[in-house]
Design a protein around this ligand. Structure first.
Ligand SMILES: C[S@@+](CC[C@H](N)C(=O)[O-])C[C@H]1O[C@@H](n2cnc3c(N)ncnc32)[C@H](O)[C@@H]1O
Length: 240
């Protein structure tokens, strides 16, 4: 049984604020650059036509928002993206990236909690949450909030870490995830616990079938889970 991990919002926001400056670098380094392709897959699953408003929950440094607005994906771009996160320093870095990519004037970053999204009912067409839901204290509540702000028929894409399904690779990956990643993370981020929290939080996250049940219970249909990179990450897709 996985040990309980504290998801106290102040603690989680403080931790991401503390690592914000090194967050992108560590993401690309520790995933060997695969994180970009995982976000791309999530955006492709939304089947963007070009007129939509996208809500990116737990937006962090705005990589999903930037990719959906055209930086890094081919095909149609959303008309507007609203990124919500409660870690100010993550948002500050995201804001700088948006300014630097001056082709992305259609992204708004807002400080807010995934469990109380500061948007009105049925106000967005699409929603994403990439590597954020496992940090949220009450994931079901956040999913219900996303369902509330989505228009009927709106698509949801969630990315979260999983466990590789190939024997051999699974053991190697677990060793990397539990022993190598926390050490490299601590060294580069200079934060003692943030990168030990990562495997602990993934370990306490429900298995794909159980998380799909939570998505359905929040008011979504057509929910399914697709393993990416042999199950290191899962892409969960659903419609309101
Ligand atoms: C691992 S980062 C992911 C950032 C980004 N989505 C990405 O793909 O790189 C998780 C983010 O979720 C945010 N977060 C966690 N719990 C949250 C909550 N309850 N409400 C808002 N943001 C939250 C953190 O502040 C952090 O920026």
């Amino acid at each position: 049984m996985a040990e309980p991990v504290s998801k106290d919002p102040a603690r989680i926001a403080g931790m991401f604020d503390a690592i914000a400056r090194r967050y992108d670098l560590l993401n690309h380094l520790l995933s060997a650059g695969l994180d970009r392709s995982w976000r791309r897959r999530a955006i492709q699953s939304l089947r963007i036509a070009g007129h939509e408003t996208l809500l990116d929950v737990c937006t962090g440094t705005a990589d999903v928002a930037l990719a959906a607005s055209g930086g890094g994906t081919s095909g149609p771009r959303v008309r507007r993206t609203i990124g919500v996160d409660f870690a100010v320093e993550m948002l500050r870095i995201g804001q700088r990236k948006i300014r630097d990519a001056n082709g992305a004037p259609s992204i708004w970053l807002v400080r807010g909690d995934a469990s109380l999204i500061p948007l009105s009912d049925r106000s967005v067409d699409l929603a994403t949450i990439a590597f954020g839901i496992r940090n949220v204290q009450e994931p079901s509540r956040a999913l219900r909030e996303i369902a509330r702000v989505l228009k009927p028929g709106g698509r949801l894409a969630v990315l979260e870490f999983g466990d590789p399904y190939v024997p051999g690779l699974r053991e190697l990956y677990r060793w990397y995830f539990r022993f190598v990643l926390p050490r490299v993370g601590a060294l580069v981020s200079r934060h003692r616990s943030a990168y030990s929290y990562l495997p602990a939080s993934v370990g306490s996250f429900p298995l794909p079938a159980a998380f799909l049940a939570q998505i359905r219970a929040a008011g979504f249909s057509e929910a399914h889970a697709d393993p990416l990179t042999l199950g290191i990450v899962y892409l969960y897709s659903a419609r309101k």
